[in-house]
Ligand binder design. Structure first.
Ligand code: DGL
Length: 268
């Protein structure tokens, strides 16, 4: 008989940095009763400039250690870069449900009126065959313009530490899509990096009116709810965040983490 899940077993939500908080936000809204461990591999941030081999070897091993330590009921890779590269390997390595993050090309294709979709992600994400397959399957007859915007990862990290974002970073990301042939007709932008919804207001201002943004957070939250349906939940005390490297930049995140119900942080 399958072992019963402990009612205080958390959901483990994993990203390279603060990006997964955009997924946690959706999870909190749908499942306020769920205990959460938020894990950030800040020692290796950013993932976007790593090779496929680096990510494929690091992420399954790290998640294996985290599962041994925190005994989650389910793992969510709240990172497009890690998911598009390492999801099958993580599923193979862990004996529990794993939810990944998929660039939201399918909903974007349903939303666009102009037929031109922009996609912002990391360098590693936008070159993945996984994205090519999503485009072929769901965006046939549409134009999908991709742009790598690694600077926006730093912008989101800075923003969550309560500091202002350099507007030039936003302008460069907007220009990276708008200046491609057909870019002026973009009416829907896929935020294919979990950091980017954290600066959606700035991006919306940068693109101007008539552009909608879509990301995977709500779909992920619904998937987690579905996979844990009927389980018992006890959220005792405060949730916490785990980092792979300590530093003053981690301390600076404390107020933002508290806003997401993460009262303490620790180093793995
Ligand atoms: N948040 C991550 C993603 O969704 C990547 C950020 C990074 O580490 O480069 O792709």
């Amino acid at each position: 008989m399958a072992e019963k899940t402990a009612s205080n077993a958390p959901l483990l939500i994993f990203d390279s940095g603060v990006g997964g908080l955009s997924v946690l936000r959706a999870v909190r809204a749908l499942m306020p009763y769920a205990p959460v461990v938020y894990a950030a591999d800040n020692a290796a941030l950013p993932y976007g400039n790593k090779t496929e081999a680096q990510i494929a070897s690091r992420v399954p091993a790290l998640l294996g250690r985290m599962v041994e330590r925190f005994h989650p009921r389910l793992v969510t890779i709240a990172c497009n870069t890690a998911s598009t590269i390492a999801l099958p390997a993580v599923r193979e390595a862990l004996e529990l449900p794993v939810v990944g993050t998929v660039p939201a090309i399918k909903p974007a294709a349903a939303m666009t009126r102009s037929g031109v979709i922009g996609l912002l992600g990391t360098e590693a994400t936008i070159r993945q065959g996984y994205v090519d397959r999503l485009e072929a399957e769901f965006a046939q007859g549409k134009m999908l313009l991709r742009h790598a915007a690694p600077e926006l990862v730093s912008a989101a990290e800075v923003r969550l530490r309560g500091q202002p974002i350099d507007p030039a970073m936003i302008a460069r990301a907007v220009a990276g899509l708008r200046n491609q042939p057909g870019g002026e007709r973009i009416d829907t932008v896929v935020l294919a990096c979990t950091h980017f919804p954290l600066i959606e207001d700035e991006l919306a201002a940068g693109f101007g009116p008539g552009v909608s943004f879509v990301d995977g957070a709500q779909g992920i939250a619904r998937r987690i709810e579905f996979l844990t349906l009927g389980e018992e939940w006890a959220r005792n005390g405060a949730d916490f965040a785990v980092f792979t490297r300590e530093g003053s930049d981690v301390d600076a995140l404390a107020p933002a983490l508290r806003d997401y119900g993460l009262e303490r942080s620790m180093i793995l």
